[in-house]
Design a protein around this ligand. Structure first.
Ligand code: GTP
Ligand code: MG
Length: 346
């Protein structure tokens, strides 16, 4: 009897934009949100536990040296090779069925011209085997970018997805995640960030929005603050770069914050889990007719899990968690109606 199902998720995004930080924060924030329920999340395997712990430590360490309202440029340890981080979801009441999320994280450095050709095949292989894509975006570069350069490698990511997207891939999920967006959120510019993502990533969005061959992609934009109290201030020209970002530690209380205060980091995992459960439901209702082979096998295995029914019951709870955060994300396309509860759309 199947013990679990697996879903592959690829992180996309330029160097130092925050891909690994998001992964480190997802587990921590979601774990605290799920605390009292039946559903639980845990990192699986030594590699995931150590790497995510290290990243969290690194995120906390910067507070030891920082000073309130004093300029700071985050530029710590980059990822050096493709990493797989595994997060497992299970129900405490029926622990013998699991949903395993495999997140693939690569060095954003590889999107630079000099490295791109060398590593293209490795990245292409991951695109082919993934059904969910998280596009991490450096928000200050997205919003300000004084030099007008494609610092988020939006064009390269778009071309890579267009080239490597399997024509048979007819369902999946794209989550656009603007990061380092503390300043814009604090200034009530959520809407501006969303519009800028839509404008900048238009070509990629148009491609995945198309109904060609009954493609069914969930598309969502969800800004995240992995630090919460580190605000972008300005770009500065220095010896290293003409566009060095300067950040300030900020606090409402007027004291130097002691640790990150992450916001909304749980949202990607909630969305992915909900997507899986709702897609499973749809495949059962419609006999799998519109779902590709890959998904049919996945869902057959899902329904073999002794806990399948109980997992399905978590769907409404996850929707309630999403509804609570309805002002923190924008659903661009929602064919599976993840934002629909028994009382209507939220
Ligand atoms: N203020 C703020 N800083 C962030 C945020 N997310 C990431 N950072 C900082 O940005 C730096 C880069 O983050 P990483 O997660 O290592 O970036 P990455 O995309 O994995 O980088 P590569 O591995 O080089 O591709 C770190 O110093 C983080 O602390 C955020 O939401 N807000
Ligand atoms: Mg990284």
């Amino acid at each position: 009897m199947a013990k679990g199902i697996d879903i592959n998720i690829m992180m996309l995004g330029g160097r130092r934009c925050g891909k690994t930080s998001v992964l480190a924060s997802i587990e921590e924030q979601l774990d605290s949100k799920l605390e009292s329920g039946d559903l639980s999340i845990q990192p699986s395997g030594a590699q995931t536990i150590c790497a995510l712990d290290e990243k969290r430590q690194e995120m906390t360490d910067i507070y030891k040296m920082g000073r309130l309202n004093k300029g700071y440029t985050p530029d710590d340890t980059p990822t050096l090779e493709i990493m797989e981080y595994d997060l497992t979801f299970k129900l405490q009441s029926k622990p013998n069925g699991k949903i395993n999320m495999h997140f693939y994280d690569f060095p954003g450095e590889w999107l630079r011209k000099e490295k791109f050709e060398e590593h293209y095949d490795e990245m292409a292989t991951l695109i082919k085997k993934s059904s969910v894509f998280i596009v991490a975006i450096d928000t200050p570069f997205l919003m300000e970018n004084p030099a007008g350069e494609d610092m988020n490698y939006c064009n390269r990511i778009t071309d890579m997805v267009k080239n490597e997207f399997d024509e048979n891939k007819k369902n999946g999920m794209f989550i656009f995640v603007p990061l380092k967006c503390e300043r814009y959120i604090h200034q009530n510019e959520f809407g501006k960030v969303i519009e800028k993502v839509k404008e900048t990533y238009k070509s990629l969005l148009d491609r995945i929005k198309s109904e060609y061959n009954h493609a069914k992609f969930e598309i969502v934009i969800t800004p995240i603050e992995t630090m919460g109290n580190l605000e972008f201030k300005r770009f500065e020209k220095n010896a290293v770069s003409a566009m060095t970002p300067i950040y300030n530690f900020v606090s409402k209380e007027g004291n130097m914050p002691k640790a990150p205060q992450p916001q909304n980091c749980e949202l990607p995992a909630i969305l992915i889990l909900l997507y899986l459960l709702e897609a499973a439901k749809e495949s059962k209702n419609k006999g799998g007719s519109i779902w590709e082979k890959l998904f049919r096998t996945l869902f057959e295995n899902f329904f073999k899990m002794p806990s399948a029914k109980d997992f399905m019951m978590e769907s409404e709870k996850l929707k309630a968690m999403l509804a609570e955060k309805k002002n923190s994300f924008e659903m661009v396309k929602d064919p599976l109606k993840l934002c629909k509860t028994k009382v209507g759309m939220f």
